[in-house]
Unconditional design. Structure first.
Length: 372
């Protein structure tokens, strides 16, 4: 993922949209408002429940954050997991094995970038009482690869010279451990897979572990990128070729959801393309007591180029991004992740508490969904 290049016209339009959105909403409104979005709407087969569902008695398995943390460490132990490496291959086999334990069906999408294999691992989970894939499942996704260069603004590697990307790859490597940026979202999804296996949710679910998000240059081609967000773009453009995937009702991306002292703020593209889903998730977190982590009442937002953009603009799946803020030395905010794209993105900078907040919230969202 990458912070977007400033575009004052775009930001002004987003601000105008958000102002009109907030003007039409009231705190504690028990209904979900229909709001116009520039995204082509997904065919929704789900009735999104109100976020203030405290009166509803719902029983489902508890999310085990300690187990999720173990899954995070397991991935980091393989080493940096960027394209073309042995660690990448070993991690793929681990993810494949884990998904096959719990999903009703496991599917892989495999393609190549510069002669290197890129593989999405997708778990299909049937809804309760069903023996076939849902036509409109909920998509939960996270990237599993890691970045081969430590080019974050707080990286000590920058003192050795610039990182440059070209036809033959990077001019030099300094691969990050990718504990938060790579392993955390996957860890939450794999632990959720165990829950969905123990007790099928009321709706079908797709778990997408996408590859090749963080390999190349995000700023190339006028910020369209080269060698980045490969797996998500491939899925967005090819998922309709496999009827088992259906057309997801909506999507939730987990990227960097395990850092210490984490805050998650509303992301601008998420509010633009999927405001009702964004409200649902933040509202659910508030009900569960995680408003100190899911912060939406301060007016602070983030604007991130991430895997959810392909889902919204190419796949026509209304998708939000839950992400710890990327660091900006010129504009620091509370809860940002300074080890981003540095050699310090390690297990020591991750937190069971953060994984717990995100895992509990997503589990609650899924298990309180109701199909038509």
């Amino acid at each position: 993922m990458w912070k977007k290049e400033p575009n004052y016209l775009t930001h002004s339009l987003v601000a105008l949209f958000l102002f009109s959105l907030l003007s039409g909403c009231h705190q504690g409104d028990s209904s979900t408002k229909a709001i116009a979005s520039p995204a082509t709407p997904s065919p929704t087969s789900l009735q999104t429940s109100p976020s203030n569902d405290t009166a509803t008695a719902i029983s489902y398995p508890s999310f085990d954050a300690e187990e999720a943390f173990t899954l995070l460490k397991k991935q980091v132990d393989f080493g940096p997991r960027y394209l073309g490496t042995e660690a990448h291959d070993k991690t793929l086999q681990f993810l494949r094995d884990e998904m096959q334990k719990y999903a009703d069906v496991t599917v892989e999408q495999r393609f190549f970038y510069r002669d290197m294999p890129v593989t999405n691992v997708i778990g299909i989970f049937y809804a309760k009482g069903q023996n076939r894939p849902s036509p409109h499942p909920v998509l939960l996704m996270a990237h599993w690869d890691t970045r081969p260069v430590a080019d974050g603004p707080y990286s000590a590697e920058l003192a050795k010279g610039p990182f440059k990307y070209g036809p033959h790859g990077w001019n030099r490597l300094a691969p990050i451990p990718g504990a938060n940026d790579g392993a955390s979202g996957v860890a939450v999804l794999l632990e959720l897979a165990k829950l969905f296996h123990k007790q099928r949710p009321p709706v079908g679910v797709l778990l997408l572990l996408d590859d090749g998000e963080d390999y190349g240059d995000f700023e190339a081609n006028n910020f369209k990128g080269d060698g980045v967000e490969l797996g998500s773009r491939y899925f967005a453009n090819h998922y309709t070729e496999d009827p088992r995937f259906g057309h997801p009702a909506y999507g939730i991306l987990l990227d960097m959801v395990g850092g210490k002292d984490m805050r998650i703020y509303p992301e601008q593209n998420s509010m633009l393309y999927a405001p009702d889903i964004n409200d649902r998730v933040f509202g659910t977190a508030q009900v569960l007591g995680y408003s100190d982590i899911f912060v939406r009442d301060t007016g602070q937002t983030v604007d991130i180029d991430d895997d959810h953009l392909a889902m919204n603009t190419q796949g026509h799946i209304a998708t939000i991004d839950l992400i710890q803020p990327l660091p900006d030395p010129n504009h620091p905010i509370v809860g940002e992740y300074k080890p981003w794209h540095t050699l310090e993105d390690d297990v020591a900078h991750c937190s069971i508490k953060s994984l717990k907040a995100v895992g509990d919230t997503i589990a609650r969202v899924i298990y309180t969904e109701t199909a038509n």
